[in-house]
Design a binder for this molecule. Structure first.
Ligand code: T4K
Length: 403
């Protein structure tokens, strides 16, 4: 435990942690069960192409989410691309800029223009009032992102989509196991997409899924993810390869058996962070609605540089020196990355809340790989830095001068 500025690793002290603490360290579940399933799979010699594990996983996820169809995919990005195509999106699609780059790329990859809309700073999600203003005759749909697992304003977006005859897709990459007004995320809009990447609290190594209640859409998606095959030697649609492998599904089925344990560990971590960080001036803790189900996959802080005189980036630098690999998700916003930065050099002018927020937020390590001692150590470093802000500022300047 460090109680003096001089002990911080950035000023020459030893790092607080020998091993790096990551945001997004995978949860594993029952290792024995995974290996048993993989052994069975090897015995059966059925590795992919809609195998029994994939079918079982799809059934269980559809049941858990409360939808008619779940189509498992090789990753979340391909799932998004296929959902976009199967929904017939074209022209322009409205999305937030504060998201992982895959949301924008899944559109641009298909020569559809992502139109970046500003967010509501209270939810970090699309501001429905502003969505309305971004609609043009070329707009074909809206992709809402439930950022960090907090649901979009689903009712307001549904109303706009209905009134303006737009398709409504959700990028629910962060929101598996979360709910909105008592219903599971995954059951809203025309379809929703999940990511089961290794860094997500529920993982299939790489993987994802599209969930929907629309029978025709589900049928198109199934064809599209398997080259358009409707049976041996019979291609009836244009398609690609979006299939999930059996080894991924084996991981997923095993992970589902430990899902509640993952959530409760994340929740315990969240509560501890909240307890130990609440009330620090200039540090705001991103809270979740306690009345909803939540996976607590992300622990997010907002740093107010005006109040503490130390920037988010300086805090990240200090934490990294301690081997705490905090991340700046989702800096600098898609509109500040290529090719969008070149396509829309002035996009930032209509995204004031996004521009402000991407400079303030940071994500801290959580998950089953992080224990209570580590969390206390992380919180203590943050507290120490904020409580000695002027001294830290001066010493950071010295460090910069000496480089
Ligand atoms: N939409 C949204 C809103 C998304 O956030 C994402 C993905 C997608 C769509 C697309 O879904 P996928 O196609 O990925 O299924 C990571 C993930 O790669 C990405 O899946 C995720 N979002 C994004 C938020 O985070 P990076 O570039 O930050 O990953 P990386 O390699 O820096 O890893 C993050 C941390 O996790 C590191 O500190 C290391 C640790 N880690 C990572 C891996 C892969 C491990 O400890 N073990 C591991 O196996 O994107």
């Amino acid at each position: 435990m460090k109680d003096k500025i001089g002990y911080l690793a950035i000023f020459g002290g030893p790092p607080s942690f020998q091993e790096k603490l990551h945001v997004g360290r995978p949860n594993i579940g029952n290792r024995q069960r995974i290996l048993e399933r993989i052994n069975d799979m090897l015995d059966r010699r059925w590795f992919t192409n809609n195998g029994p594990y994939v079918q079982d996983l799809e059934r269980r996820i559809a049941e858990m989410v409360g939808v008619k169809h779940c189509i498992a995919m090789c990753n979340g990005t391909v799932a998004l691309e296929i959902a976009i195509r199967a929904l017939g999106l074209r022209g322009e699609v409205i999305i937030p800029s504060m998201t992982f780059i895959a949301t924008a790329h899944a559109l641009q990859w298909q020569e559809i223009t992502p139109v970046f809309c500003d967010i509501d700073p209270r939810t970090y999600n699309l501001d429905p009032n502003l969505v309305e203003r971004m609609i043009t005759p070329r707009t074909s749909g809206i992709i809402g992102v439930h950022l960090f697992g907090r649901p979009c304003d689903i009712e307001a977006l549904a109303k706009i989509a209905r009134r303006r005859k737009l398709k409504l897709l959700y990028d629910a990459a962060h929101a598996f196991g979360c709910s909105y007004k008592g219903h599971m995320i995954g059951s809203f809009g025309d379809a929703e997409m999940f990511s089961f990447h290794a860094t997500k609290f529920f993982s299939t190594f790489e993987g994802g899924a599209i969930v929907t209640n629309d029978d025709d859409l589900a049928e198109r998606i199934r064809l599209m993810k398997n080259f358009g095959f409707a049976g041996y030697d019979n291609v009836i649609y244009i398609g690609t390869n979006g299939k999930m492998s059996e080894v991924s599904a084996a991981m997923g089925l095993t992970g589902l058996e430990s899902l509640q344990e993952f959530v409760s560990i994340n929740r315990r971590n969240y509560k501890q962070y909240k307890r130990e960080l609440e009330g620090i001036p200039g540090i705001q803790f991103m809270a979740y609605d306690e009345s909803e189900q939540c996976n607590h996959q992300y622990i997010v802080l907002e740093v107010d540089e005006q109040t503490i005189g130390i920037s988010r980036d300086q805090i990240v630098e200090i934490l990294h020196a301690e081997n705490i690999l905090a991340r700046r998700y989702f800096y600098p916003g898609c509109h500040n990355m290529e090719p969008y930065r070149s396509h829309f050099p002035h996009a930032g002018l209509v995204l004031p809340e996004t521009e402000r927020l991407v400079r303030r937020v940071l994500s801290l390590p959580t998950g089953t790989a992080v224990g209570s001692k580590e969390i206390s150590g992380i919180c203590q470093i943050i507290r120490l830095v904020v409580e000695h802000d002027s001294e830290v500022r001066e010493r950071l300047k010295e460090v910069k001068r000496s480089i």
